[in-house]
Unconditional design. Structure first.
Lengths: 256, 117, 143
């Protein structure tokens, strides 16, 4: 092993990790199978400038309370697993740094408008079923690759029409923030409606009529009132509010 | 009964809103043609009702606002609670309330316009 | 076992603190809509007094031409102005007008649909409602 010169050692000490400050992480704990209501449990967690809320939760899980239920996977805002309410607002735990919250008390709760499995983990069954209901795939008769068939060509302008909406990671934050979802259990939700637009706007797709008929029902697209909360919390810039209004433009005859 | 598509209902909702805005503006202007308190005196109001185009306009305003208002209420109630029975009650309840309000308002317009009092 | 729905309910729907002015505009639109519907019902009932003759009409006027009556009417004027102007914004938005164009999202992912035109329209709706109320107050209390 190479010896470290005194100069280098000095440099190392200059870039050393600063002493972590401590925050209070308040976690909502609830097991619907055994308990009738949730309770908040406080933990002291050391944090650095770069500590994310997910890091803090995992610190608690590793050192203080192993029983905490949390769903996570990629830790880089790609899988959409760690959505939760952080200080009252739906956010991705892996994408929210504690230093950004400007608070020594950070409260994490399960996302609203989804049934709770346990603690911070919620049930996505309705989100996925609504997503599937609106046929999130290209519909056209000649979509099967047979013989010498080639891919469908699109110009960059064609792609731009739907690209941002295809970035949805199905994290559910939009459904959690939506004011209609707060009371309407039959509403399709911003996530599914935006995905309907993603395919309707794709010029390879021929399922526009079918999808428009599906969203044009009493708990469909008309229950969106353009409050914009979905777009406010979307961590990927999908802008569900825009997608929904553009989709509705077809039903109102503003778009062909 | 044929079920109306939600898009048709909402187009009616928007249409009634735009129509009502224009006509309510005229309705308010009628109160501003003279001193507000004076315009509300019995003789002046009756004179308004006796003016056929104004009475017809009041009838249209009543219908437009009732449709728009009760459909708005229907939307809010449908979003608050769900269930087949509940939604049926809300839909029919709002249609009935709208019909009653239009009928009651029309009675006033008709009786005052014809001088029956 | 059916899991608890964990829906935020009316309280969460109406909470104005988390999602900006657009969310406030949403519930103000609802609130003013409900207020105006109740006024419409009341107005149809109060004006029906005309069919019972001058005495009945004057009695009804005596009830409504009070300070409280004027305050209610001023609120109705404000609600009408806000509901109309914001309603036109929402209607245009519903048609996809003024909500921005789809494009490549860039960090920090500001939503194009929540643009300054939308926010300015909301503030204009509120400002016009206040101006209309002040004008209404001038007319009602100036007489």
């Amino acid at each position: 092993m190479a010896a470290i010169s005194p100069k280098m050692a000095e440099e190392v000490s200059q870039t050393a990790v600063p002493t972590p400050k401590s925050i209070t992480l308040v976690i909502s704990k609830f097991n619907p199978n055994h308990e009738s209501s949730y309770k908040f449990v406080e933990f002291k967690v050391p944090v650095q400038k770069w500590t994310t809320v997910l890091d803090a939760i995992l610190y608690v899980k590793q050192h203080l309370d192993t029983s905490i239920a949390v769903r996570y996977s990629c830790r880089q805002a790609s899988c959409g697993s760690c959505g939760m309410k952080i200080n009252g607002k739906p956010s991705l735990a892996c994408y929210t740094k504690i230093s950004e919250l400007n608070s020594d008390i950070v409260t994490v709760e399960p996302m609203s408008n989804f049934p709770i499995i346990r603690d911070l983990a919620v049930d996505f069954t309705s989100l996925f079923s609504n997503h599937k209901k609106l046929k999130p795939y290209i519909i056209r008769e000649d979509s099967e690759i047979v013989g010498d068939a080639k891919e469908f060509l699109q110009t960059p302008k064609d792609v731009e029409e739907y690209l941002q909406f295809s970035y949805c990671i199905k994290c559910g934050l939009c459904n959690s923030a939506c004011p209609t979802m707060a009371t309407d259990s039959s509403f399709l939700g911003p996530q599914a409606l935006t995905q309907a637009y993603r395919y309707v706007a794709d010029n390879r797709d021929k399922g526009k009529k079918e999808r428009l008929k599906m969203v044009d029902e009493s708990h469909g697209i008309w229950r969106c009132h353009f409050a914009g909360s979905c777009s406010k919390v979307c961590p990927k810039g999908v802008d569900p509010a825009m997608g929904i209004q553009l989709l509705r433009g077809y039903l109102l005859g503003f778009r062909k | 009964m044929i079920k109306m598509r939600e898009s048709v209902i909402m187009k009616i909702h928007y249409g009634t809103a735009l129509g009502a805005v224009a006509l309510v503006a005229i309705h308010i202007l009628f109160r501003m043609t003279q001193n507000f308190t004076v315009s509300l005196q019995y003789e002046n109001v009756i004179a308004n009702y006796h003016l056929l185009p104004y009475s017809l306009m009041l009838e249209v305003v009543l219908i437009l606002l009732s449709i728009h208002g009760f459909n708005g209420l229907r939307v809010i109630l449908l979003e608050l609670k769900q269930g087949i029975g509940y939604e049926k009650i809300v839909n029919w309840g709002c249609i009935s309330a709208m019909a009653v309000l239009v009928a009651y308002g029309s009675r006033t317009i008709l009786m005052a316009g014809m001088g029956i009092s | 076992m059916e899991r608890q729905s964990n829906r935020e309910g009316v309280k969460g729907m109406l909470n104005p603190t988390r999602y900006g002015i657009e969310r406030v505009a949403y519930w103000l639109q609802r609130l003013t809509g409900l207020g105006l519907l109740f006024y419409l019902i009341g107005h149809v009932i109060e004006t029906s007094a005309i069919v019972n003759g001058k005495v009945a009409w004057d009695n009804m006027l005596a009830l409504t031409q009070t300070t409280e009556g004027h305050i209610i009417l001023i609120l109705v004027i404000g609600m009408s102005a806000y509901h109309t102007v914001n309603g036109i914004r929402v209607m245009l938005g519903h048609g996809g007008i003024g909500v921005g164009k789809p494009g490549m999202p860039d960090y920090p992912y500001k939503a194009a649909s929540l643009n300054y035109k939308q926010r300015a329209s909301i503030w204009i709706s509120i400002a016009l409602a206040i101006i209309a109320m002040l004008y209404g107050a001038g007319v009602l209390f100036g007489d």
